[in-house]
Design a protein around this ligand. Structure first.
Ligand SMILES: [Mg+2]
Length: 335
């Protein structure tokens, strides 16, 4: 829910510089997608797909992979708007019959990071199993090693935040290994220690015109927002302030801030302001509850939540229209 609400709130500002967003929208403190209401984008859909596939699977990475490949094929057939280039190519390959082990394309986009927090929460106590699930979830669309590392860092952070509200120390929890991520996480630690604000951190990282869709700055800025904020609301608004790929950064920061501050910290008016169907906040809560039941052992038979297919297609056509209208609106002043 933390991820979904962050995605919905930040979606209208995706791809805009912070400067332009301020000119067009002024200060942001609530939904701006559809007359004060919000809708979900691919970030929420992917996180929910991962959750649903875990509920469908027998608990092994192989079974999860088969279900996830099937879900991605159906997802593409329902004409999702705002799909990332690498994810689009991978989904087309899946539709053409490529197996999930060969569907991924060489890209270090941020797609895999937006769906990995839930894996960290469920499998974080078992490092090798977590690695297997993150690998499967990542490589089905993205094969660049940085994509897998970024997704794993988000999962590890999610796991660490289940136990402590602080950033894990150098020796435990989060273990970057590529020079890019080692540098970014070191900058993150220094910035947090210096009480730097997230916008300044993002700018110092080189994201002058907003956080790009490259996984390294996305993960670093999302972690910074979640770890430096005083509450959930502050974490999401910090990601909006940075500009760029706001919905994905907010979705990741929202997942982590939701864990750090608890489900009750998610503003009720932000949840109530979401008008989406058939994947509604109620269904997301149900998916989360079933995951908790299944993986805590309370109800080993807990299955996926039924989401009707035809309404998804109609909803996506409506959503695509709104996305296009937002696009046209951006061509108009103020510049
Ligand atoms: Mg999105």
């Amino acid at each position: 829910m933390g991820s979904a609400v962050g995605d919905a709130l930040a979606l209208p500002f995706e791809g805009m510089s912070a400067w332009r967003r301020k000119r067009m929208f002024g200060p942001v403190n609530g939904h701006r997608f559809l007359f004060g209401h919000g809708m979900f984008s691919d970030d929420t859909e992917h996180a929910c797909m991962v959750a649903q596939c875990l509920l469908r699977s027998d608990g092994t990475p192989g079974s999860f992979e088969r279900h996830f490949a099937r879900s991605l094929r159906w997802w593409l057939l329902a004409l999702p708007a705002g799909i990332g280039k690498a994810t689009l190519r991978a989904c087309v390959k899946l539709l053409l019959g490529f197996p999930p082990a060969r569907s991924g394309v060489r890209s270090a986009g941020n797609g895999p990071a937006m769906r990995s927090a839930v894996l960290g929460v469920l499998f974080g106590s078992n490092e090798s199993l977590l690695g297997d699930f993150v690998r499967v979830s990542t490589r089905i669309t993205h094969t660049d090693p940085l994509a897998e590392e970024g997704a794993l860092l988000v999962a590890q952070a999610a796991r660490c935040l289940c136990e402590s509200a602080e950033l894990p120390g150098d020796d435990s929890g989060m273990t970057p290994y590529s020079p890019q991520f080692v540098g970014a996480i070191e900058s993150l630690r220094n910035s947090l220690a210096a009480n730097q604000c997230t916008t300044d951190f993002s700018r110092d990282l080189g994201s002058r015109r907003g956080v790009s869709g490259f996984i390294v700055p996305t993960v670093a800025v999302a972690l910074h927002a979640a770890l430096s904020a005083k509450d959930y609301r502050g974490a999401i608004l910090a990601t909006v302030e940075c500009g760029g790929d706001t919905d994905t950064v907010a979705a990741i920061a929202g997942a982590l801030a939701g864990i750090r501050f608890g489900a009750d910290s998610i503003p009720k008016d932000w949840i109530d302001g979401i008008v989406d169907y058939p994947l509604s906040p109620d269904r997301i809560e149900l998916i989360a509850a079933r995951l908790a039941d299944r993986f805590s052992g309370k109800n080993a038979a807990a299955g996926p939540v039924r989401i009707p297919r035809l309404p998804v297609l109609l909803r996506n056509l409506f959503f695509l229209t709104l996305v296009l209208l937002h696009g046209f609106r951006r061509m108009l002043p103020p510049y």
